[in-house]
Design a protein around this ligand. Structure first.
Ligand SMILES: Cc1cc2nc3c(=O)[nH]c(=O)nc-3n(C[C@H](O)[C@H](O)[C@H](O)COP(=O)(O)OP(=O)(O)OC[C@H]3O[C@@H](n4cnc5c(N)ncnc54)[C@H](O)[C@@H]3O)c2cc1C
Length: 175
């Protein structure tokens, strides 16, 4: 089967990686409009529950992630006294760039083809594909095109205060 994942974020890459591992006979291409190893944001955090799910799907890549990431367990956040103590979930974290490097590398090693700098206009760009995975993110063109079929359920929330402050600080730096 010829499979094309439109979008090389975590969803497209990890799907490609797992599918290739389970079915090496499939030809899988991940199409991404950005450059290799481009990342947005500083860090990636996976909770222990996420790591457990990843381990159950592919223990090999999960082990690589756990080696590359830093793990922490108990963190208590205190705000205005001990009554407000919150325990933060056990998690593992790394720089976003390390995560992207790892996912790209693991997919390539298994034989997934990665096509960078390629903007897809939609699923019709790939008439030769037997399966197209719409891994093109939150504003997915493909999901929007077939919204009546997929019926996406999106809830838009106000921006968290810390992100708004961060953006404001960046704006001031650039004036
Ligand atoms: C600031 C920030 C911090 C975050 N921190 C964490 C965290 O610590 N831990 C965590 O688990 N999650 C985190 N998230 C959430 C996480 O980034 C998303 O859940 C995740 O990226 C979703 O993956 P995705 O592959 O579905 O979509 P995306 O990551 O959005 O990937 C979609 C990809 O498709 C490509 N694409 C889109 N359209 C096209 C097209 N037409 N042609 C070709 N390519 C296309 C895009 O360039 C992109 O690379 C964070 C999100 C943000 C915004």
């Amino acid at each position: 089967m010829r499979i094309v994942c439109v979008g090389g974020g975590p969803a497209g890459l990890y799907f490609g990686l797992l599918m290739k591992k389970l079915h090496p006979e499939h030809a899988i291409t991940v199409v991404e409009r950005n450059q290799p190893f481009d990342t947005f944001g500083w860090g990636v955090v996976f909770s222990d529950a996420t790591m457990a799910a990843m381990r159950s799907w592919d223990s090999e890549s999960a082990a690589e992630i756990e080696t590359a990431f830093n793990h922490w367990d108990d963190i208590e956040v205190l705000f205005k006294g001990p009554d407000s103590a919150r325990r933060v979930t056990d998690s593992s974290a790394s720089a976003a760039s390390s995560c992207s490097t790892f996912c790209n590398g693991a997919a390539l090693r298994l034989g997934v083809e990665l096509a960078f700098n390629q903007e897809a206009t939609g699923d019709l760009d790939f008439p030769e594909a037997d399966l197209i995975v719409a891994s093109d993110g939150l504003n997915s063109r493909i999901r929007n095109r077939y919204a009546e079929v997929f019926r996406p359920d999106l809830v838009v929330r106000p921006k968290p205060l810390h992100l708004a402050r961060h953006e404001e600080a960046l704006r001031r730096l650039h004036v």
